[in-house]
Ligand binder design. Sequence first.
Ligand code: GRF
Length: 188
Amino acid sequence: MRIVVLVSGSGTNLQAIIDAVASGELNVEIAAVGSDRVGTYGVERARAAGIDTFEVNFKDFAARAEWDAALLSAVQRYEPDVVVSAGFMRIVAPSFIDAFPNRYVNTHPALLPSFPGAHGVRDALAYGVKVTGCTVHYADAGVDTGPIIAQAAVAVQAGDTEETLHERIKVEERRLLVATLGELARSR
Ligand code: GRF
């Protein structure tokens, strides 16, 4: 299974995939890593691992549709079986979803359909839930919507901040993402 991984930030989920591939735990080929901005640590991690990278900088495009087209062609060049959004902080266009039907996988740090959006951890904490977690799902053109593949629960602890809770969620998120990709690879 060839994958392209999309990142916007620190790329710890990406690193978990890279490490799992290197150790033989995960049988996928990381064809490339792409970002919607320049200079992310995620892209740096990919370069350090010798993986092809591309940056389709959102700010370089005058119109949203031009960025959509550039992202799609950058990804399609690698002919991936599955595209993984691992901390990729952009909603892709319907044309992207249509190009990868049930092949665009996203990870989100909350138990969807609760707390979608860019602040899933903060919103769960503010609501006062006692259990939250993470979700790996097939993304559609909505905000963190689409069929759920797997979830893991994380208990909220007294005194948790957004940062402490997110760090505990991310431990589960990395494990869940690697395990889910492994299952997808086996089922293909
Ligand atoms: C993850 O929790 C992801 O679900 C969220 O942002 C975080 C990205 O972390 N959207 P990283 O870049 O993989 O370290």
